[in-house]
Design a binder for this molecule. Structure first.
Ligand SMILES: C[S@@+](CC[C@H](N)C(=O)[O-])C[C@H]1O[C@@H](n2cnc3c(N)ncnc32)[C@H](O)[C@@H]1O
Length: 271
């Protein structure tokens, strides 16, 4: 969960795809004037393309942007394997760029679509406002999936959940390269800004539902999340280290009978 390794993105992708299915289906109602042109911000290994391309008709052109050269280098192999047996015509290019400083240089597609998944909670209020302005200027629709909304609920409960999750939430607000991060406020702020810019929005919950009793994939996901939450909480509150470590040890001991819901929201915006 720390950083955005290929392994972490692969681990979360099935949970992401299940969580975002409703908004992906809703995007099928988008009717661009010509062949769909899509700009994907913070593409990772191309998960948004894999989620959305089957929902779009016609010859699609995607521009995938990320600053991480190692992730971008995996995209051709992963997309070629994914495209086998899929009757889709998708042209795509990758572009390495720092979104924090390079937004104005990106090819916002006129009348196209601007996508991002699991990105908005990393960015600042000012950066988001700039993104909305670029999308509006290009008359582009938006599909911003999987922004955390601050809800995190474990079953069963642990007495230290509130303490540890409070530290984790504070850590999510730290600067991730874009200024103070929006964290769990991202969906509300994005929706408000889009509406103020004249967009009609559709917001859908896209929560992860992880149940360790269900599968090995759920257990691996839960273990990664416990480690990520504990690491962030330790960074945030060194004075609480013993409480956080004890929480992590109890959570690991009880992992096999634990469920976790992580709240996310998807936002579609149309002009
Ligand atoms: C949580 S991952 C999501 C990746 C992908 N969209 C997905 O859903 O699997 C966030 C992505 O944003 C990228 N990212 C973070 N900060 C960035 C920046 N300043 N410029 C460009 N990309 C950035 C990361 O490299 C990573 O690929």
């Amino acid at each position: 969960m720390s950083g955005f390794s290929r392994d972490w993105l692969a681990l979360r992708e099935p949970f992401d795809q299940a969580a975002r299915a409703a908004s992906d289906a809703a995007l099928a109602s988008w009717r661009p004037a010509g062949p769909p042109q899509v700009l994907d911000l913070g593409c990772g290994t191309g998960a948004s393309l894999r989620a959305l391309a089957p929902r779009l008709a016609g010859v699609q052109r995607w521009c995938l942007v990320d600053h991480d050269a190692a992730l971008l280098a995996t995209v051709p192999e992963i997309l070629q394997a994914w495209a086998v047996d899929r009757r889709l015509t998708v042209e795509w290019t990758c572009r390495q760029a720092d979104l924090a400083t390079g937004l104005a240089d990106l090819p916002f597609p006129q009348g196209g679509l601007v996508t991002a998944s699991a990105l908005l909670d990393l960015v600042s209020e000012d950066w988001l406002a700039e993104l909305v302005a670029h999308c509006r200027a290009a008359s582009a629709a938006v599909c911003w999936a999987l922004s955390v909304d601050g809800r995190l609920a474990f079953t069963p409960h642990d007495p230290a959940d509130a303490q540890v999750l409070g530290l984790f939430a504070a850590h999510q607000r730290r600067d991730k390269g874009f200024g103070a991060a929006l964290g769990g406020e991202a969906p509300d702020r994005a929706e408000t800004m889009l509406r103020a810019a004249g967009y009609r929005t559709l917001r859908t919950a896209s929560d992860w539902h992880i149940d360790a009793a269900r599968s090995a994939a759920d257990r691996a996901m839960l273990q990664a999340l416990l480690e990520g939450i504990a690491t962030a909480a330790l960074e945030q509150g060194a004075a609480d280290a013993s409480a956080v470590q004890a929480w992590h040890a109890r959570r690991m001991a009880g992992l096999a009978r634990t469920r976790l819901c992580v709240g996310h929201a998807d936002l579609l915006g149309f002009l």
